[in-house]
Design a protein around this ligand. Structure first.
Ligand code: NDP
Length: 304
């Protein structure tokens, strides 16, 4: 899907901003990724967007990582430095933050519940703690993956562990992704973070105190009837509900949120904002806010 939408987004952006550039979708197999990145170093490509499943491999292949891409461990945007180095960025994190803020909600001081612990969830989790969220509950089908993400946030000094995560931290468990010297620091930061299974018995309480609910699982992708939220979980109008899934745009979760009169944010907003962040990385140009809204109007119908 992204392969078809991103060229549309950039064609419109280049046209509106008068940028003489062309953006095209390339199918790149795993063994071809290093060569694609080399084209950025050589200057035959001005930049590269990286999509699933190459985001983590790209982080290993670039010459330098922007700090947030290093923390998240994934690169979705590559730019050429003036000295010809390939620099890796992650624009999913600011794309997520800007999509939430577009709705009038704020990540700062938010009590957030995040469904999922995969790549997209990692970007959202690091964005939330960086923006000063008050609490973050990570709920995942595989709870160990949520624990690992939570431990990384704590080890970076961004969050304070709670519940099972605190128990694991106190027993000396550390996130494998981080090196030992950084991982041995004491917890710090203002965001209370917990990791739970994606089950109603664990979710009902944090959800009842939350002001932001984010679906970053792939549940709902291509299936308008699939709900990532377990039965027994109730939404209410105080919530802002964001679904990263954008095909279909009107997911079961967002329909449920709308019925509860909650504020809804669809995944197309994040897709557009992360693309506009890529534009900023490549050209230094900041797109006017009206362009994001206009792109959303233009592309919404295509998401189904
Ligand atoms: P990953 O494969 O890295 O992670 C998938 C996540 O979904 C995991 O947490 C996984 O849980 C969970 N999951 C998958 N199937 C189920 C299920 N049946 N029940 C419960 N949980 C399930 O994918 P990404 O993180 O990269 O992407 C996740 C979603 O976000 C996709 O729909 C993608 O399209 C969307 N996305 C949207 C973006 C945007 O700009 N709008 C940007 C990036 C992603 P477990 O760990 O237990 O397997």
């Amino acid at each position: 899907m992204e392969h078809s939408l991103s060229p549309r987004i950039f064609r419109r952006v280049f046209q509106d901003l008068g940028i003489d550039a062309h953006y095209t979708a390339l199918r790149v197999e795993k063994h071809e990724l290093a060569e694609a990145i080399d084209r950025v170093r050589r200057g035959s490509l001005a930049g590269l967007s990286v999509t699933i499943p190459h985001k983590e491999a790209a982080a290993e292949l670039v010459d330098a990582l922007h700090p947030s891409a290093a923390r998240i461990g994934a690169v979705n945007c590559i730019a050429r430095s003036p000295t010809g180095h390939a620099e890796g960025y992650n624009t999913d994190a600011p794309g997520f933050r800007l999509a939430v803020e577009q709705s009038g909600a704020r990540l700062a001081a938010a009590r957030a519940v995040l469904l999922g612990a995969g790549g997209a969830a990692r970007a959202a989790a690091f964005a939330a703690v960086s923006a000063g969220a008050k609490s973050l509950t990570i709920a995942n089908r595989d709870p160990e993956r949520a624990i690992r993400l939570g431990l990384e946030l704590v080890a970076l000094g961004r969050a304070w562990p709670e519940g099972e995560l605190l128990r694991r931290w106190e027993s000396g468990e550390r996130a494998p992704r981080l090196n030992v010297s950084r991982a041995l620091g004491a917890p710090s930061g203002k965001c209370f973070v917990s990791a739970i299974p994606l089950e109603s018995s664990a979710l009902v309480h944090p959800l009842s105190h939350a002001d932001l609910l984010v679906n970053s699982t792939s549940v709902g992708l291509g299936d308008p009837g699939a709900l990532p939220l377990p039965g027994g979980c109730v939404l209410d109008r105080r919530l802002t509900v964001m679904d990263m899934v954008y095909r279909p745009l009107h997911t079961a979760l967002l329909r449920r949120a709308r019925e509860a009169e909650a504020t809804c944010v669809d995944g197309l907003w994040m897709l557009i904002h992360q693309a506009l962040e890529q534009l900023r990385v490549w050209t230094g140009q900041v797109a006017p806010p009206a362009l994001a809204a206009s792109l959303h109007d233009e592309l919404a119908a295509e998401c189904g």
